[in-house]
Ligand binder design. Structure first.
Ligand SMILES: Cc1cc2nc3c(=O)[nH]c(=O)nc-3n(C[C@H](O)[C@H](O)[C@H](O)COP(=O)(O)OP(=O)(O)OC[C@H]3O[C@@H](n4cnc5c(N)ncnc54)[C@H](O)[C@@H]3O)c2cc1C
Length: 502
């Protein structure tokens, strides 16, 4: 149905899906497999469709036991590509351990197991639905002895990034006769006290009741709601920039809580990164995720006092970036400068070479520190000199492994990839905190049903994606948001479809 087309006062379907991002569209496609008549609601207008999923670069984390599994996901590799790459493996145990470790052992083990054990089969299923994947050469591999060596458990990304993902999932829905209504905001669940029978939807200033046998909530987190951010994440979070869609304001969570659903997970936690200091308030689809600045493991970060404040090389970027936005927000003025020298400039990620970047460049450190807007230059220079003296220069530098080339004797250590900042030209990039998505949400069971406060499934109601709590606490392994959306979206859609048809 076209966005401007007037809707009748009531509509009927077997499965109603609220949201049109990755989790929602995977749920819709899975529900359709059982023969259900599926209707999808997208709050955003057509041009802004696809939620946060559309803003991603498409990195997706799945378990694979070697190249035989990998080629099931990326089947079109040429013999020379296969010969020139070491994709490695990322076992289920490694995935499980990464989730446990980065969430400080709080992630719900059953949910993690569901995520990990279904990850490979779900990306293969997505591939069959028309989503293509390719090796993530640009972001997750370094050339070692002429061969691409992949690292950090993230060896593939969606072809075409987030826009490619949403376009292909949407086309797949269209092929399956799944209807998508745009500019259609669900604002209340139809609940008779015993079961959910659809949702009340606002469109063109009027209300429409959509009656459904099963309803899947996949409407994202509450990161675009400044008031809820401050309420749940804490003071200062109103000042964060939103990396993605402006439409994820917690509607799905609110609607479910209003009928007695259980709140669950890390409500004071979120995924937040270093993001260009002058980026707009919400994401810009033309720039996508390129406002992020994720090469800090190759340099240092200083705050307004000119001081380093975090271990830039504590771990691979994948395992630190999602919590460092928080650390940057806590600095005076909520900003930091990342500093690099000529030795690593060629290794900086592509996002450093966009036009919309807040950057300083100089041929001497004395000149550079004066160009760092808001920073005490004398203290900053002293900090860089102290850092340079502390680098363990006798340990070889190797960006493809945790090389142990750290610092010694500093109050804030750098544990890996420490190089002296001593070779001109020097470059610095200003970042603030960009929030990606919130971790708190609803509680689901093993079938994707939303649980009430007594931990009983709410009949007719399912959930998936960012609005589900229990998977992420404090931190997050890169590429898991899309994977979790797909696995739990497919699960919720399958259950919703079967229940509606059964
Ligand atoms: C810049 C950026 C880069 C990222 N990069 C990656 C990456 O490379 N890999 C990765 O795994 N993750 C990445 N993420 C995280 C990832 O985007 C999310 O974890 C994932 O896409 C969430 O999917 P979702 O379907 O739950 O939510 P979304 O994709 O946000 O979808 C939510 C949908 O609900 C709709 N909606 C909201 N309220 C209503 C309502 N009331 N009625 C109807 N519809 C409603 C929204 O419009 C939207 O369509 C990134 C996020 C951002 C912002």
């Amino acid at each position: 149905m076209e966005p401007t087309e007037a809707m009748p006062d009531t509509l009927h379907c077997d499965v109603l899906v609220v949201g049109a991002g990755n989790a929602a569209l995977c749920a819709a496609l899975a529900a359709r497999e059982s023969g259900a008549d599926v209707l999808v609601l997208e709050r955003a207008p057509f041009d802004d469709r696809g939620g946060n999923s559309r803003y991603t670069a498409g990195a997706i984390r799945f378990a694979f036991d070697g190249v035989e599994d990998y080629v099931r996901v990326v089947p079109d590799l040429s013999p020379s590509e296969l010969a020139n790459a070491d994709f490695g493996r990322y076992t289920r145990d490694e995935y499980f351990d990464d989730m446990a470790r980065v969430t400080q052992y709080r992630a719900h083990p059953d949910m993690v197991e569901t995520l990990v054990n279904n990850s490979l089969e779900t990306v293969v299923w997505m591939n069959k639905k028309g989503v293509k994947f390719n090796p993530s050469y640009g972001r997750q591999a370094f050339k070692v002895d002429g061969k691409f060596k992949f690292w950090g458990g993230l060896a593939a990304e969606v072809t075409g990034g987030g826009p490619g993902l949403i376009d292909n999932l949407t086309s797949s829905c269209e092929r399956q006769q799944i209807r998508i209504l745009y500019d259609a905001r669900a604002h209340e669940l139809l609940f008779d006290g015993a079961r959910v029978g659809g949702a009340r939807v606002r469109q063109n200033g009027g209300n429409v009741d959509i009656h459904a046998k099963s309803t899947v909530l996949a409407a994202g987190g509450f990161q675009a709601n400044a008031e809820w951010r401050t309420r749940y994440l804490g003071p200062g979070w109103d000042l964060a920039k939103v990396r993605g869609t402006r439409f994820n304001t917690g509607d799905g969570i609110r609607m479910a809580l209003e009928i007695g659903a259980m709140s669950y997970g890390n409500w004071s936690g979120c995924h937040a990164v270093g993001w260009d200091r002058n980026a707009p308030e919400f994401g810009d689809l033309a720039v996508g995720d390129n406002f992020q600045k994720h090469s800090y493991p190759l340099g240092i970060m200083v705050n307004a006092r000119g001081e380093r404040f975090v271990d830039e090389g504590a771990d691979f970027r994948n395992y630190t970036y999602a919590k460092y936005g928080h650390v940057i927000l806590a600095q005076p003025g909520q900003f930091a400068w990342q500093i690099f020298d000529a030795k690593v400039l060629g290794m900086l990620r592509d996002e450093y070479r966009i036009r919309q970047v807040t950057k300083a460049r100089a041929d001497t450190l004395e000149e550079l520190v004066k160009k760092l807007d808001g920073v005490d230059p004398a203290k900053c220079l002293a900090e860089i000199e102290a850092y340079n003296r502390a680098v363990k220069a006798d340990v070889p530098f190797n960006p493809a492994i945790k090389d142990g080339r750290g610092t010694s004797g500093l109050a804030v250590p750098k544990s890996n990839w420490a190089n002296r900042i001593d070779t001109p030209p020097y470059e610095a990039y200003a970042v603030t905190c960009g929030i990606t998505f919130t971790f708190g949400g609803l509680r689901i069971d093993g079938a994707g049903s939303v649980l009430d406060a007594g931990e009983k499934p709410i009949s007719g109601l399912y959930a998936a994606g960012e609005l589900v709590g229990g998977l992420f606490y404090f931190n997050y392994p890169g590429g898991t948001g899309l994977m979790a959306g797909a696995v739990f979206g497919k699960l919720a859609g399958t259950s919703a479809g079967k229940a509606a048809r059964g």
